[in-house]
Design a protein around this ligand. Structure first.
Ligand code: FA5
Ligand code: MG
Length: 448
């Protein structure tokens, strides 16, 4: 990864998000107006939107098994570092915490990077709701690169299920009901479980649980996700048949379980689906670490629970055949009017407006001239801030070091394009000027 260097941001500014005001922190604050502008878009609740359609489909399917889930879809995105990281047992030096990956409002407050940030709170509410499970859908925020499949805001659904008294008999009954639902499904699912090899060494269980408990609860977790995937992809296949797509309609679906690691689950897995000749990672999951449940107020060794977190946007793109993740954010009627709640249909591309590219080449400063280290994502942020949704991609196309001065030269190619309208050369030149000015201001580069 490339590292650039940057000076600290201004101190003591106030930041307003959702009518609430936060004090900025010169060391931590890195949220930008362009990111804050996404906070109330809530695509997972927007009628007739692909992300909403998918969320609804999954909620209905999971609830149809034994009506065990409370749904939470209104959590605001500003959370504490405790909720997002500490309550889940993230170590102090976990890379997920770094400013290069996370949007901080200040040192104690951030835009959630995942829906797991609300697990503790929802576990705590289990008794109030009377249901042993919950589903949380929300927008999540991560500093990332820019291209057709990456956007700094996306949507996740968290699912959790708890057995409060660790009754093996209850888990067995619940598993039976679930298995029956899965058997009834018309989808022909082929499951490969790679995680069964070497599991104890590579993916240890927690001490307080018996092997049988881990086995039964992880079966319940895995079958629940297999049911979700069966439903979602079956709907896709049926819609392909209805649209009379003659090419390559699959009559079976391959999925595989692989070992994974998350600080707040053990053991942990990911599930991947074979689609369009590629494995698509859908979801991370596992048996919840006791510490999370203790944080939520449960007594030691009294409960056992599973959790999953699945990404909605990439699955929606695949189901609706949406080629660019930015389209999900489009307000263009030619996009919005193509979808209807309860329905999966193929997106019909409309004429693409022409794009244009600009290169920016610069020398990095000597390391002696500058203070704090920053990441390539900071450069992405500068471009995104200047260009908003007009930037399609940013790529490093050249890098070399001068033998004379020892200085490093970088050249980035920026693709500008609007999904909704024609952009003018003047407009792009103006944006490009701003990018250059910010690069000089923040990174102390010299343009070439
Ligand atoms: C998590 O975010 C965990 N909170 C998931 C979890 C929950 C694990 C509960 C265990 C228990 P991860 O960073 O892998 O994990 O993201 C989860 C899913 O979100 C991924 O499988 C992927 O489908 C989706 N996702 C991740 N990053 C992006 C991105 N930049 N754009 C779109 N989708 C993404
Ligand atoms: Mg992952």
């Amino acid at each position: 990864r490339l590292f650039l260097r940057c000076e600290s941001t201004k101190a003591d500014q106030l930041i307003t998000i959702n009518n609430k005001t936060y004090k900025s922190d010169p060391e931590f604050t890195n949220v930008t107006p362009s990111i804050i502008a996404h906070v109330n878009r809530s695509l997972h609740k927007k009628p007739n939107h692909p992300v909403n359609i998918l969320r609804d489909l999954i909620e209905k399917k999971l609830s149809s098994v034994d009506n065990a889930f409370t749904t939470y879809n209104n959590f605001a995105p500003v959370v504490s570092t405790f909720e997002n990281f500490d309550s889940l047992g993230f170590p102090a030096d976990h890379p997920g915490r770094s400013k290069s990956d996370t949007y901080y409002v200040n040192d104690k407050t951030l835009l959630r990077t995942h829906t797991s940030a609300h697990e503790m709170e929802c576990y705590n509410k289990i008794d109030l709701t009377g249901k042993p499970g919950f589903l949380i859908s929300a927008d999540v925020y991560r500093r990332d690169e820019i291209d057709k499949t990456h956007y700094p805001v996306f949507h996740q659904m968290e699912g959790c299920r708890i057995w409060k008294n660790r009754s093996i008999d209850e888990v067995k009954v619940d598993l039976k009901v679930l298995q029956k639902k899965l058997d009834e499904h018309e989808m022909n699912l082929i499951v490969e479980d790679q995680s069964l090899d070497n599991t104890p060494e590579k993916n240890p269980k927690q001490q307080y649980m018996t092997d049988q408990e881990v086995d039964l609860v992880s079966q319940h977790l895995k079958r629940s996700l297999e049911l979700v995937i069966s439903e979602v992809f079956n709907q896709k296949i049926n819609s392909m048949k209805k649209e009379k797509k003659s090419v390559n309609i699959p009559n079976e679906l391959k999925v595989r379980w692989v070992n994974a690691y998350f600080p707040w689950t053990a053991p942990s897995w990911e599930i991947e689906v074979w689609w369009n000749n590629d494995w698509l990672e859908i979801c991370g999951c596992g048996i919840v670490q006791q510490q999370v449940l203790l944080n939520a107020g449960y007594k030691k060794d009294s409960t056992i629970s599973w959790a999953f977190g699945l990404g909605l946007d990439r699955i929606a793109m695949l189901l609706f055949e949406i080629p660019d993740i930015r389209l999900l954010w489009s307000e263009d009627n030619r996009f919005i009017n193509q979808f209807k709640d309860g329905q999966i249909n193929t997106f019909k591309p409309y004429s693409k407006y022409p794009g244009t590219t600009r290169d920016v080449a610069f020398w990095l400063p000597d390391s002696s001239e500058v203070s704090t280290e920053i990441h390539e994502n900071d450069l992405m942020e500068i471009v995104r801030n200047a260009a908003g949704s007009l930037v399609e991609s940013v790529k490093l196309i050249d890098r070399f070091q001068s033998t004379q001065t020892n200085k490093t030269s970088l050249c980035y190619r920026i693709n500008y394009q609007s999904m909704d309208r024609n952009i003018t050369n003047d407009e792009v030149n103006e944006i490009q000027k701003q990018v250059e000015a910010e690069l000089i201001d923040k990174f102390h580069v010299s343009l070439r």
